[in-house]
Write a new protein. Sequence first.
Length: 375
Amino acid sequence: MLRSDSWQLPESSPPPPSLHPTYDVPDALHERFLAFHRDSLRYRRVSPATARWYRDTFRTFLKYLVAKNISVIDANAPLVIREWLASSLNRARPISAFTAKSYWQALRAFFVYLEDADGFPNPFRRLKQPPTPDALPKSLTYDQCVRVLAAARNAEWRSPYERARAVAMLAMALYAGLRRNEILALEFGDVQIADQRIVIQRGKGRGGGKGRIAYINRELQDILQDYVNARRHAKLTSVEFFTAIVPRRARGAAAIEGRDARLPLTGHGVQARTFIRIVVRVRQTAGIHFSLHMLRHSFVSMLARQPGVGVQHIRELAGHRDMKTTERYMRLFEEDKLRAVETLSFMPGRAAGPPPDAASGSPPRTPARRHGYIE
């Protein structure tokens, strides 16, 4: 007969349901999230953007718990999370299906941490990810890409340096497919204009990001060289490739301290808010609603339309971890579909063929080049 006082759970066995931890709302739950946030940055080494995504999602979830007077997170967590997402999708100003999916993924990461650290049963094992429509990546047409670059050159800027910088920053996304954070994180030595290479040290992904090499074609080479020349002429320098404007007070202080005015002024890299202002100004000048990421999408989409460019090449150039992400771009534009059906002919004596490039709006096979830009 087994004595009750001799019975013990093996160390490897999960604790009974009654022994699973619970978390008081908001204090205990918030304390565990702070631990998860620190672990994500220090151990898992997620990017600052991912850490903000975790934080913003948790704040939204915690606000819902307080509003609903939910005082504890326990075994009913799956029901609570499902109700939270359902209420967000059905409120007066509902979130999109993509935002609901984003919430689901961010909060799941937190509860995976609680399962590993505390033994709390992961509620997402009983929850299905919210469905999202199969939306294709938004990209610009060839003519719109040309107009965006023209708008960057012709917008009202305070100096030739700001003009050259705006063109170069947008061209990094359009010609090389760099993301915003990748552009901002570039150091001067990472951009090897003569060798036509861009070394991306901190790309997208866990563990500090995935590095890769991007390549500089001749047109981008001219644009970047124009920027470097403008930067030298403005006597600006920084570790970062794209340098912020040194304020006038800093220039005045240098003169007061008797520094050599011929030497470059050390500044810092362009901040994200400045990059956003650049995109907004170019968007207004071009009359085209676009985001910087749409320029990256356009880079991938245009590559996909070029004959002889394989999907593996596109995947590596875009820095996609999953081939399925790249395959989403392997779609046909409307003008491509029209060109395909125009090749059919069932009337003898009548020649069939694709419509001219000018009518379709697709890029010509050999774009004209003038002053280093696509015309």
